[in-house]
Design a protein around this ligand. Structure first.
Ligand SMILES: *Cc1c(COP(=O)(O)O)cnc(C)c1O
Length: 404
């Protein structure tokens, strides 16, 4: 029944020889997962507080998504966008019903979604308007347009020249944005809550202020919700916490319950500017992604997972607050639903390594921020187990600090 797997070290040898080394990888061959648990080839089990880098918001192999995909691959795997597929249309309607009145364009990843948003902003505004304002510490993807919008010099190093027409303001600084707007500006691209930048919440009034600036100057407001979207924060979309509706919303990561998929949603007045011939994605909105996207939404609703995300967020908050007095290197706790950042005053990589050794998967971003993106359907017992492992790993790191 179960396939024999290569060992982690055999797999390592393959990667060393044949796979480009552009990722820093742990030498662990993961072979199967269920919910918030995952196993390696040596049958070691890990609690996963970072499933699928945020893509597995419903945990590993959510039943309804698995079922929908199984059925779909036996019927039709791919057809081009020169045809219609009912699932893509139904999915688009489901997304609009949960966000705002508008239309969708489908692609396969977050960076592609942002490329579509950038093009749409340029197409929808007069020809002399092309500049996009984005924010320091933001992250929008790795293709050249999205990468240029990513205002973090470390990601640009050696890759220049970057795309023309992007300017940056500090995240949260409305005055700086106002100063940057000129007759050539066409839009503003922002993550409502910065993810990769360290789980940074927007200051009060920031997002409404951006909306105002856009309305005043006829600019397109683009929210990159590749990480905050699709239920992650306990609302369908992050912007719904802030009472501000964007003109364009970018989605990917957890959009299809772990299957690759991306989308933009655009307000009905704006969407038609992405006219025939101006943009495309060969695999975008394919039948498998579409049925997976529908199944992900249905799972969240049928299982009441938006509420569960909020409940889990409160529990994480309580548990972590109780650590503050014990671990003085925890500087800040930033939680937006199931986007969780623990700002440390020490390097975070050692903590991640300790957790791995102790059977818990987490992430560190910006060097010092422990980042957790747990699944909405994380069970109580695994919540406890994972938090216990994190606490004892922090304790091990703390004691090594005092002895060294
Ligand atoms: C991950 C991420 C992206 C890039 O998504 P890819 O699917 O890797 O291209 C873009 N924006 C945000 C906010 C992200 O978190």
């Amino acid at each position: 029944m179960s396939r024999r797997h290569l060992s982690s070290s055999e797999t390592q040898a393959l990667f060393d020889q044949y796979v480009i080394g552009n990722y820093r990888r742990y030498g662990v061959n993961l072979v199967r997962g269920v919910g918030s648990e995952v196993w390696d080839a040596e049958e070691r089990r890990y609690v996963d507080f970072f499933p699928g880098w945020g893509c597995n918001l419903l945990g590993h192999c959510p039943a309804r998504v698995v079922e929908a995909v199984r059925e779909q691959v036996g019927q039709l795997i791919h057809v081009p966008n020169t045809w219609m597929m009912e699932s893509q249309g139904i999915w688009a309607r489901m997304l609009a019903e949960r966000s705002f009145d508008g239309q969708a364009f489908f692609c396969n990843s977050g960076t592609e979604a942002n490329e579509a948003a950038i093009k749409l902003a340029r197409l929808h505004t007069p020809a002399e308007r092309y500049k996009i304002i984005s924010f320091t510490g933001g992250f929008h993807g790795r293709t050249l347009g999205s990468l240029t919008a990513t205002a973090q010099p470390k990601y640009h190093e050696g890759l220049g020249p970057m795309a023309a027409g992007f300017v940056y303001a500090p995240f949260g600084d409305l005055e700086a944005v106002r100063k940057l707007v000129d007759a050539e500006t066409c839009g503003i691209l922002v993550e409502p809550i910065q993810g990769e930048g360290g789980v940074n919440l927007p200051p009060d009034g920031f997002l409404p202020g951006l909306r105002e600036i856009c309305d005043e100057h006829g600019l397109i407001l683009m929210f990159d919700e590749v990480q905050t979207g699709c239920g992650r924060t306990g609302e369908w979309f992050g912007y719904q916490h802030f009472g501000v509706v964007p003109d364009v919303l970018s989605l990917a990561k957890s959009l299809c319950g772990g299957i690759a998929g991306g989308a933009i949603l655009a307000r009905r007045e704006v969407a038609p500017s992405l006219r025939p011939g101006m943009h495309a994605a060969t695999f975008g909105g394919n039948p498998i992604a579409s049925v997976a996207g529908i199944a992900a939404i249905e799972t969240i609703e049928d299982e009441g997972l938006l509420g569960r995300a909020k409940e889990l967020a409160d529990r994480f908050q309580q548990r972590f607050e109780s650590w503050r007095s014990r671990f003085d290197f925890i500087d800040d706790i930033r939680i937006a639903g199931l986007m969780i950042g623990l700002q440390l005053s020490i390097d975070g990589a050692g903590v991640v390594q300790k957790c791995l050794e102790n059977g818990l998967l987490i992430n560190c971003t910006q060097g010092t921020v422990l980042r957790l993106l747990p699944a909405m359907n994380l069970e109580d017992s695994l919540f406890e187990e994972g938090c216990d492992i994190l606490e004892s790993s922090l304790a091990e790191v703390a004691s090594s600090l005092t002895t060294s």
